[in-house]
Structure formats: C-alpha cells, structure tokens
Ligand binder design. Sequence first.
Ligand SMILES: Cc1cc2nc3c(=O)[nH]c(=O)nc-3n(C[C@H](O)[C@H](O)[C@H](O)COP(=O)(O)OP(=O)(O)OC[C@H]3O[C@@H](n4cnc5c(N)ncnc54)[C@H](O)[C@@H]3O)c2cc1C
Length: 148
Amino acid sequence: MAKRKTVWEDCDILVVGGGMAGTGAAYEARYWGRDMRIICAEKANIDRSGAVAQGLYAINCYMGMQWDENQPEDHVRYARNDLMGLVREDLAFDMARHVDSAVHKFEEWGLPIMRNEETGRYQREGKWQIMIHVRVINQLLLRQLVIQ
Ligand SMILES: Cc1cc2nc3c(=O)[nH]c(=O)nc-3n(C[C@H](O)[C@H](O)[C@H](O)COP(=O)(O)OP(=O)(O)OC[C@H]3O[C@@H](n4cnc5c(N)ncnc54)[C@H](O)[C@@H]3O)c2cc1C
C-alpha cells in the first residue's frame, strides 16, 4: 500500500472536487470572499480533473436571452417535461437566468465559441447546445483563480 502523508490545513471554505462545479464554486468563493482562505481539494490531478478533462465540444445549455432565443421559463418547462415533474423549478429557473452570463465570461477568458457566419450568433446544435472548440474548460476557471 502506498504511504500516505497527512497534511493539516486551516481554511474558511473547503471545496471538495476540482471539476466544473468545484472550480466554479472556488471561483465564486474567491470573488465574494476576498479575504477568505479557500481550499479546492481534488483527489486526482487538478490540472486535468473532472469529466470535462477529456475536452468538450459543446456547452449543453445556453439560453441566448440576448437574441430572445429562449427564456428561463422555457428551460423550466423543458426540464419539467423531461424529468416528469420531478424538478426544483426555482433552482432550474435560477440556473437558467444565470447561465448566459457564465458563458460570456468564459468567452472573455478565451474560450473559442463557434458562431454562425450569417447571423453572428453562437452556433447551435439543437435547442439548447452551443458549439465550442475542444478545450479543457476548467483550466480557464483555474487560471482566473490564480489571476484573482
Ligand atoms: C464523456 C462526457 C462528455 C461530456 N460532454 C459534455 C459536453 O460536450 N458539454 C457539456 O456541457 N457537458 C458535457 N458533459 C457533462 C459535463 O462534463 C459534466 O456535467 C460536468 O463536467 C460535471 O462537473 P462536476 O464538477 O459536477 O463533476 P466532475 O467533473 O465529475 O468533477 C468531480 C471532481 O471531484 C473529484 N472528487 C470526487 N470525490 C472526491 C473526494 N472525495 N475528494 C476530492 N475530490 C473528489 C473527482 O476526481 C472530480 O475531479 C460530458 C460528460 C461526459 C462524462
């Protein structure tokens, strides 16, 4: 059995897992808690952690509110039907109303998002997905954490 070493660290906020959710939570924690000591603990290698480490070809959910493509109510309706009513509609609504600004932030940070040449809008595949160029997306979040 490999030897284990225990390291004790104090922190104000402990984020467990360095996938998209964890690095996103760590980013938000740093943004709102400037003076706090935040630790993001990942059991694998944080440079390529989480399901996104294999690279994504799409962002599965973008409303397109700026072009009135979808509104949060549409996404709640979709989730309600898809999950046969077993959905926290308040959370689905909240996620839907914030998701576009998160995508815009990723684009600002350098994520290449494909655009439709005729309309200039993000290239869609289906109703909700937009197409991106494969990239380790949580690396962008980690880089922003370092910059902060
Ligand atoms: C093959 C595949 C393709 C996908 N393609 C797309 C796509 O194109 N577009 C899209 O939008 N979504 C896609 N998804 C979905 C998307 O990747 C996931 O929804 C998202 O990455 C989930 O993020 P997460 O942080 O919740 O979980 P994860 O990415 O699974 O992160 C959890 C992290 O926690 C760590 N961890 C677990 N337990 C512990 C512990 N006890 N201590 C410390 N660390 C721990 C794990 O090592 C892992 O790094 C895809 C998923 C898969 C599997």
